[in-house]
Design a binder for this molecule. Structure first.
Ligand code: NAP
Ligand code: ZN
Ligand code: ZN
Length: 341
């Protein structure tokens, strides 16, 4: 299913994947999660897109063919693919497993120029051909239908939670209880932290507590936050559109970091007041997905701790309607396209 413009519903696109290269694996896709980034791309919130564009970067499926020199996977293996399908492999970032920050530009799963010059197309499709170095193994404990959302939503929150040393004794704020946010609550909880959810949806309070939050703040744009002032060691903000940040910074303890992983419209930049961070020497940070090694680590962490996304399965022809529901904050909490439905 492809976006043909920023305003029309998605429609079918027939196209061919590249021939299997020596290090490629061909993956029959069973499921693909719907990330809000798919909508940002499809509706041109970030840039002009190379339509027709097949979105989807939370792929889960089964290996159906392996290239002549591919050695990591065999036919029948259960695998996933996230936001990246290649990178330069020799820059300082690639060398330390941070391919998402490749100095020569990572190749993203869709809408990206592949190493052979062709345009990549994503996971709202039935088959993909991917270099095995960018394929993630799905452990037996994880159902394939749950694997896709780990490949983007899961790793995008896991990486900053690790980087800013979230663990026992730490108090973490999660802004936005959506696809990323609900995974952040579960993962931070499993890391041993105490989680406070900040949500604009009063009807998500019970779910937030069920996912492991200790505390919930409803409508942070207008709520009285004085009770929570300087109470958090780290805040992870997953909200996808412009919202008030200065109020959120008052929740940070001295020297604590606020990390933005939500990425809104480029036409509506966030505002940060001149005094909002200096009052407690706070830092404003950001983070982009995670490297391949760390993505495998996250998937294994979820298998070990029994962490799964909350999903609703839909058919290919329901994707456009699901996009609208995601924007309306009605997803609970990740739509997953079932290719067989
Ligand atoms: P999502 O499932 O739609 O969840 C976002 C949540 O944010 C919503 O459920 C809602 O939670 C809250 N929200 C929605 N609209 C809002 C608004 N206008 N103002 C304030 N809060 C709002 O989206 P997602 O898939 O988790 O993605 C979230 C963001 O992360 C997107 O911008 C996406 O592009 C970005 N992203 C970034 C990376 C990265 O590498 N940094 C990777 C993946 C995704 P409540 O109902 O609880 O308020
Ligand atoms: Zn994503
Ligand atoms: Zn590189």
């Amino acid at each position: 299913m492809a976006a043909y413009s920023a305003t029309q519903p998605l429609r079918l696109l027939k196209f061919e994947r590249r021939a299997l290269g020596p290090k490629d694996v061909a993956i029959q896709l069973h499921y693909c999660g719907i990330c809000h980034s798919d909508i940002h791309h499809g509706r041109e919130h970030w840039r002009q897109e190379p339509f027709p564009l097949v979105p989807g970067h939370e792929l889960a499926g089964v290996v159906v063919a392996v290239g002549s020199s591919a050695s990591r996977f065999k036919v029948g293996d259960r695998v996933g693919v996230g936001c990246m399908v290649n990178s330069c492999r020799h820059c300082s970032m690639c060398n330390v497993g941070l391919e998402q920050y490749c100095e020569n530009g990572a190749t993203f799963t869709y809408g990206s120029k592949d190493r052979d010059g062709t345009l990549t197309q994503g996971g709202y499709s039935t088959l993909n051909v991917v270099d095995e170095d960018f394929v993630i193994r799905v452990p037996d404990a994880i159902d394939l239908a749950d694997a896709g959302p780990l490949m983007c939503a899961g790793i995008t929150v896991y990486s900053p939670l690790r980087r800013w040393s979230v663990g026992p004794g730490k108090r973490v704020g999660v802004v936005g209880l959506g696809g990323l946010g609900h995974m952040a609550v579960k993962i931070a909880k499993a890391m041993g932290a105490e989680v406070t959810v900040l949500t604009t949806s009063p009807d998500k309070v019970a779910d937030a507590l069920r996912f492991g939050a200790r505390d919930v703040i409803v409508n942070p744009d207008s709520a009285d936050l004085s009770r929570h002032k300087r109470s958090l060691d780290f805040i992870l903000d997953t909200a996808p559109y412009k919202h008030k940040l200065d109020r959120l910074f008052t929740l940070l303890k001295q020297d604590a970091t606020f990390c933005m992983v939500g990425a809104g419209k480029v036409s509506e930049p966030y505002e940060i007041g001149p005094f909002s961070l200096l009052a407690a020497r706070n830092s404003y940070a950001s983070s982009q997905i995670g490297g391949i090694r760390e993505t495998q680590e996250l998937v294994d962490f979820c298998a070990l701790h029994g962490i799964r996304p909350e999903t609703s399965r839909i058919a290919m022809n329901e994707i456009s309607a699901a996009w609208d529901r995601v924007v309306d904050k009605k997803a609970r909490y990740r739509y997953v396209v079932d290719m067989k439905a």
